[in-house]
Design a binder for this molecule. Structure first.
Ligand code: C5P
Length: 309
């Protein structure tokens, strides 16, 4: 029996945002992607996708990025997820999809990837396609480098272009304050800026390395150990495109964060707190600092995309 058996069925799935606690960027590959060594941490900001029976595809959006930044047509990863799953399963792409966004868009938090992962799960259930975890993960990788992690959740080492995952153990929750600047950044433009910076300093070399320190810290170190091990090779490129981010990072340090770094391709600043209470105090200070449009508290690891009862 599928989870959706009648014309009135509604299936809802949700998926989390992510922070890269380690993002080492290797050389540009011939396929236009960069080789990565990254450690993803899924954090407690969730987007929700609801799928209902429909005639053809339709998509509505509410919450963060609705009515502007985020497209509601084929330009949205949710739409492409639906087409891809339908093609894979040999069914008609008939569904009315509604996305409720809490994850800020174009922020380096994998909001679009979360939506795509949640859509795959919701439509798999609505259409009764029973694609299975392995097939869904393969489809996810075709949609985007971060989408497999949005399905997976928790903590994982990502290699290849970020789509090849192996789980990493985290023995306790980590508490963050996520400060989102006013204007989003496009991921390709940040990678392109990194390439430009590297071309201008060719003798610097590119060391991909293995994220041993961050993995050890996640497995049970104090927050100060994780703080010392955080790394993001895209940060300098994001700062070059958005110089105001420097002030935002400084505001997080001044407010007492264990450490602060740009999340993924930015422009979100992820500030590591000592514990949950510290995160709340830190968020209050940063909300008053006037450098962020939105300030959110989040913890992780949390599970990946899940159906919601
Ligand atoms: O995989 P995704 O569609 O999210 O990637 C968006 C863009 O980010 C790519 O087109 C590429 O410019 C850049 N990217 C990259 N190397 C990666 C992942 C993304 O250069 N490993």
């Amino acid at each position: 029996m599928s989870l959706a058996d009648g014309p009135d069925d509604v299936v809802t799935a949700r998926a989390p945002a992510k922070v890269n606690v380690h993002l080492a960027v290797g050389p540009l590959r011939s396929d236009g992607f960069h080789e990565l060594q990254t450690v993803f941490l899924a954090v407690s900001l969730f987007d929700t996708v609801t799928a209902r029976p429909g005639d053809g595809l339709s998509l509505t959006l509410a919450g963060e990025g609705a009515g502007g930044e985020v497209p509601v047509d084929r330009g949205n990863l949710v739409w492409r997820a639906a087409e891809l799953l339908a093609e894979h399963a040999g069914v008609r792409p008939d569904a009315a999809l509604a996305v409720e966004k809490s994850i800020p868009a174009a922020a380096g938090l994998a909001g679009g990837s979360a939506d795509a992962a949640a859509a795959l799960l919701a439509l798999d259930a609505l259409w009764g396609t029973r694609a299975g975890r392995e097939d869904l993960t393969a489809l996810a990788a075709r949609l985007g480098s971060d989408v497999p992690f949005s399905l997976h959740g928790g903590v994982a080492l990502g290699t290849g272009r970020g789509e090849m995952l192996s789980p990493v153990l985290a023995r306790r929750p980590w508490h963050w304050v996520l400060g989102v600047a006013a204007e989003g950044l496009s991921t390709p433009s940040v990678y392109a800026e990194l390439d430009r910076q590297r071309a201008a300093a060719p003798d610097q070399g590119i060391a991909l390395g293995v994220p041993d320190a961050v993995v050890a810290a996640l497995q049970g170190g104090p927050a100060s150990a994780l703080a010392a091990a955080l790394r993001n090779d895209l940060q300098a490129a994001a700062l070059s495109l958005r110089p105001a981010l420097r002030r935002a990072l400084r505001a997080a340090s001044d407010a007492g964060a264990q450490a602060a770094l740009v999340s993924g391709s930015g422009p979100t600043v992820a500030a590591l707190a000592s514990d949950g209470d510290h995160a709340i105090r830190l968020a209050a200070t940063l909300a008053g600092a006037g450098v962020f449009r939105t300030v959110r508290v989040a913890h992780g690891p949390v599970p990946g995309a899940r159906l919601v009862a």
